[in-house]
Design a protein around this ligand. Structure first.
Ligand SMILES: Cc1ncc(COP(=O)(O)O)c(C=O)c1O
Length: 471
């Protein structure tokens, strides 16, 4: 539905982004009435009112514009953004070089021909492999879910086995192979499950039980549980985010990823690192560059194109070449009408050129800003006597209201004060700082953020705590 149409219906009557600038206060009472109207209007046509129900959150805010580090909603409120659209925007919203590249691609007459190779997909592959040297070959898709489902399919074709180990608290996409055991409630897990797998708890209806029986969720940072599972079941692959970033930032303990690598080699399953979130954010070469541990197959998405829809599966040539195997019983299908559509390809090339440019120093700036935020948060929380454990990997960060940083989802459940986190996120949003309003979700800083943004965030945190602790 066009904005004009909504305006006619009185949903968006004026989009005046100066109305509530700069960043909310003036004794708060934030007006989200147009957001509410928009949701109600959309709900007449879309179940739940929005196309990805992962976007459903309280407060439900309808955003209308973004630039750099800033977001504006349909009511005219302005925010400094740390959600980054679930993390892709490493360069910030509306990057000028990407806009120029995408506009040029369209003006040149590039299209989605549906036949034959393109020069642009070749250029993107070359840049990708330069950034991610653990991958010898690459294929591109539209979403992270497509990349992870393809990775698992390749692993099954290679090993001839079907079982899959995934992490409790890891998210690897919406498809049947992995849609289980994310932020699972305590009572459904029963306990920490040290040394063995958890019961499978799907996060969607509609997965056949035969498929669920192939998923083995294990606690993160627990090598014994992996080994016990491999001994019991024929396992094709283990898929994990190298650091769990859908439950904050839960890092691998020293030696854990190395241990997974050893078990994969010993028992003959493929190690898949899902770098859809850590890729191009933890470092240019993803968490594999940070840890020095190489996966057999790696999936990427999000930051690779700074917010445009493209994803990648990279890996050792022997696995990637199954797509062209002479043996039809081993050959895996790679197909997609929109794979390497010229718009996201142009956007990804422009983003990768910036990320690869040492003179621009993207990662150094991100680290500086992130350190400034972390130091400021520590000072403010300390001054207010609020116990926090801040977990940070470069520009990805999470404040846990806990006495230490958790090592697994069970520890997040045990240690983190979810109720206080929800109130804290709400209080920040009311002060113009947008973190996704679900407790224990990771935040992201972009290259477009400034020191002034960070200082404003710290001062808003101070004000939020004053108000929360008064109550
Ligand atoms: C680690 C990880 N893997 C896979 C996915 C799925 O990506 P998409 O939502 O693009 O399908 C996500 C999405 O949040 C993710 O965080």
């Amino acid at each position: 539905m066009s904005r004009d149409h909504l305006a006619l219906r009185g949903v968006i009557t004026s989009f005046d982004r100066s109305r509530r600038s700069p960043l909310i206060p003036k004794e708060i009472v934030v007006d989200w009435s147009k957001s509410q109207q928009l949701l109600a209007e959309n709900s007449r046509f879309i179940p739940g009112g929005l196309a990805s129900l992962n976007r459903k959150a309280d407060p439900m805010i309808a955003f209308a514009r973004a630039k750099g580090s800033r977001l504006w909603d349909v009511d005219g409120n302005e925010y400094i953004d740390y959600h980054a659209g679930f993390a892709p925007y490493i360069l910030g919203h509306g990057d000028e070089d990407q806009i120029e590249a995408v506009t040029r691609a369209m003006a040149q007459g590039l299209s989605n021909y549906g036949s034959g190779p393109t020069a642009e997909e070749g250029e993107l592959a070359r840049l990708f492999l330069k950034a991610c040297p653990n991958s010898q070959k690459v294929q591109f898709f539209n979403t992270g879910s497509e990349a992870t489902s393809q990775a698992i399919r390749v692993a099954r074709a290679w090993t001839g086995k079907s079982g899959l180990i995934k992490m409790q608290g890891g998210y690897n996409g919406h498809h049947n192979m992995v849609a289980a055991n994310l932020m699972t409630p305590k009572d459904q897990l029963g306990g920490p499950s040290t040394g063995h797998a958890y019961p499978v708890v799907p996060i969607t209806a509609g997965i056949p039980k035969e498929e669920l029986s192939l998923i083995h969720p294990v606690p993160f940072n627990d090598l014994e549980a992996v080994e016990a599972t491999v001994k019991q079941h024929p396992i094709a692959a283990l898929i994990t985010e190298p650091a769990l970033q859908n439950i904050g930032v839960v890092k691998p303990k020293p030696g854990y990823l190395e241990g997974l690598r050893k078990l994969a080699d010993q028992y003959g399953f493929l190690l898949i690192f899902d770098e859809v979130k850590t890729g191009f954010r933890a470092a240019l070469g993803g968490y594999q560059e940070v840890s020095g541990v190489a996966a057999d197959l790696s999936t990427y998405g999000k930051a690779i194109a700074n917010g445009f829809p493209i994803a990648a599966l990279g890996g050792k040539a022997q696995y990637m070449d199954l797509a062209i195997s002479d043996d039809a019983t081993k050959r895996v299908l790679i197909a997609g009408t929109y794979n390497c559509h010229p718009v996201p390809v142009a956007a990804a090339i422009a983003a990768l050129k910036k990320l690869l440019n040492p003179e621009l120093g993207v990662y150094a700036k991100l680290e500086r800003l992130a350190q400034r935020l972390e130091a400021g948060q520590k000072e403010v929380f300390g001054r207010h006597g609020v116990q926090v454990a801040i977990s940070r990997m470069g520009s990805a960060h999470c404040v846990y209201f806990a006495d230490r940083v958790p090592n697994s989802w069970w520890e997040v459940l045990e240690l983190h004060d979810f109720a206080f986190d929800s109130k804290y996120r709400r209080a920040l949003i009311e002060r113009g700082i947008y973190n996704f309003p679900v407790a224990a979700k990771q935040g992201s800083i972009s290259f477009a953020h400034s020191e002034a943004d960070i200082d404003q965030t710290i001062s808003a945190t101070d004000n939020a705590l004053k108000s929360l602790l008064k109550k």
